[in-house]
Design a protein around this ligand. Structure first.
Ligand code: NOJ
Length: 547
């Protein structure tokens, strides 16, 4: 299509750099490792890479605690490697989207070190410092020695969001770990310095950004207490109305968008903290972000549903919101949640993983594919002593952390799965002997080859890019059946979630169309459209096109 737009019509592939490919045998993935695998990504057919942080970091939060926003951590390579990554990606028609962590820095960042030095340091106000609370409530709670935190805000990774600094006798705010102090976006110098980071990477040729927890940048000017609500952990027992989503965010997004729009087809997607469709609409649009994650298909802490009725409800809710200039994102997996295949499949079978990847690539919206999703990687199980992720350490065994979904990419069946020549920073999943890129390349029926085919179809058929979504079973039980339709093309997608044969009478008469089969995950029994009834084999994926 002439008006193909990469970030809307294409596929964005997330790489967690330390786990993708290690070029120098230190057990940690790196930028040259990624460069060496670009041909694989080009062949897969993706349009862009979203690169999780590779900046210098003391690793309190494995890269999401940045100590220098405009450099490459030597363990991951050099700025020259980065430039090569940009050039080599572009040479293959792949764009590069960087993860920008601008809500907080590492406590080792030179800005924070200065800020801590004294109350009158010029960088003191670059972070959020408050005197201890004198409220009798907090005095009772914390005792005289420590005195009270300035308000009741909690950190997402546990404990109060305030850390007391003995040297200067004040608290600083951190929405995540104490090692991740929040910057003060209300300070004009901070704002300029942060936007200069954006300009720095644009000048080096990147095509866009994923903004980490962008809607937490501004906090309530009065630091009012958050109201309580029911929840398990302290952080979940509050409505987060004063520690994020402040009105000052919009003028900032306007400025950011103006910077991006000076470069054609540049893009920003925000990671929405406490995402709701309303928030996502509010933060995206022509003078705001291009998109913001709404996380319609990823689990909350306790709730992992995966059935046609629930999925259709989520899809229809999205469809009602994302109209006109608002464009949805399709996310099933990322570096913060258990992988799709771990959540919804049993053992090593991939029938349900094929259903999941079909949804990812055929629902309306930009698909974000997490590295390894194309080969159905499962989360690795770790013993308590192996856990690296701070929230996992804190909340084990209730929450075992996010390491499971960050294990090394499984390239082949050589030691360490071809990821590295040395012991990797996290264990490789023991299933790598069978589940790896090399083996799936050889198997025509593999998830990898199925995903490749789907990506190619999405590229070829405009209906799969921008076509409207029309459900054909409005009260689904066993299967999801829907159309993606433009004025001139209709693609029918049918997914049987059950391990038995089903026959679904469709809500609309489809027998008049002349259908051609595009793809089926079970070629032993194609779906039949007779008497307007669609017959699907166990776990069948079927795609038809008309005309
Ligand atoms: C969201 C990121 O996705 C997550 O990995 C990180 O721990 C927090 N933000 C803090 O930066």
């Amino acid at each position: 299509m002439d008006d193909y737009l990469w970030w809307r019509d294409g596929i964005i592939y997330q790489i967690y750099p330390r786990s993708f490919a290690d070029s120098n045998g230190d057990g940690l993935g790196d930028l040259p490792g990624i460069i060496a695998r670009l041909d694989y990504l080009a062949d897969l057919g993706i349009d862009a890479i979203w690169l999780s942080p590779f900046y210098p970091t003391p690793d309190a939060d494995f890269g999401y605690d940045v100590s220098d926003h405009t450099a490459v951590d030597p363990r991951f390579g050099t700025l020259e490697d980065f430039d090569r990554l940009v050039a080599e990606s572009h040479r293959r028609g792949i764009r590069l989207v960087l993860d920008l962590v601008l809500n907080h820095t590492s406590d080792q960042h030179p800005w924070f070190r200065e800020s801590c030095a004294s109350r009158d340091n010029p960088k003191r106000d670059w972070y959020i410092w408050k005197p201890p609370s004198v409220s009798p409530h907090f005095r009772r709670k914390w005792g005289e020695s420590k005195r009270g935190a300035p308000n009741n805000w909690q950190a997402a990774f546990g404990g109060p969001a305030w850390e007391y600094d003995e040297t200067t006798g004040q608290y600083y705010l951190h929405m995540f770990l104490a090692e991740q102090p929040d910057v003060n976006w209300r300070n004009p110098e901070v704002r300029k310095a942060q936007l200069d980071v954006v300009r720095f990477w644009l000048a080096r040729g990147v095509d866009g950004f994923r903004l980490d927890v962008f809607n937490a940048y501004f906090k309530d000017a009065q630091f009012k207490n958050n109201p309580p609500k029911f929840g398990l952990r302290g952080f979940d027992r509050q409505c987060h109305v004063y520690d994020c989503d402040q009105p000052e965010m919009i003028p900032l997004l306007n400025d950011l968008r103006a910077i991006l729009d000076a470069h054609p087809e540049h893009y920003a997607v925000g990671e929405t903290f406490f995402a709701t469709p309303e928030k996502v609409l509010y933060y995206s649009g022509p003078d705001r972000l291009h998109a913001a994650f709404s996380f319609d298909f990823t689990p909350t802490d306790l709730f992992y549903p995966w059935n046609p009725a629930w999925l259709l409800k989520q899809i229809e809710r999205r469809e009602a919101f994302f109209t006109g200039e608002h464009w949805p994102t399709n996310v099933f997996s990322n570096h913060d949640i258990p992988r799709t295949a771990t959540r919804y499949t049993h053992g090593e079978q991939d029938a349900l993983a094929k259903i999941a990847v079909t949804l990812l690539l055929t629902l309306r919206g930009t698909p974000f594919m997490y590295y390894g999703e194309e080969i159905g990687m499962r989360d690795v199980s770790l013993r308590r002593g192996e856990i690296m992720d701070p929230p996992g350490k804190r909340y084990w065994p209730i929450f075992k952390g996010r390491d499971g979904c960050r294990s090394p990419m499984q390239w082949d069946d050589t030691p360490y799965a071809g990821f590295s020549s040395a012991k990797p920073w996290l264990p490789v999943h023991p299933n790598y002997h069978q589940r790896n890129v090399a083996a799936q390349n050889e198997d025509t029926d593999s998830l990898l080859n199925f995903t490749r085919k789907l990506i190619a179809l999405r590229k070829e058929y405009p209906a799969l890019q921008r076509g409207e979504f029309v459900p054909l079973l409005t009260r689904p039980r066993d299967a999801l059946v829907y159309l993606r339709r433009t004025a001139t093309q209709t693609v029918l997608v049918a997914l049987n979630f059950h391990d038995r044969r089903v026959c679904e009478p469709l809500d609309q008469d489809m027998t008049g169309n002349r259908w051609r089969s595009l793809l089926t995950a079970r070629d032993d029994s194609a779906a039949l459209l007779s008497d307007n009834c669609l017959e699907l084999a166990p776990h069948q994926v079927c795609m038809l096109v008309s005309p």
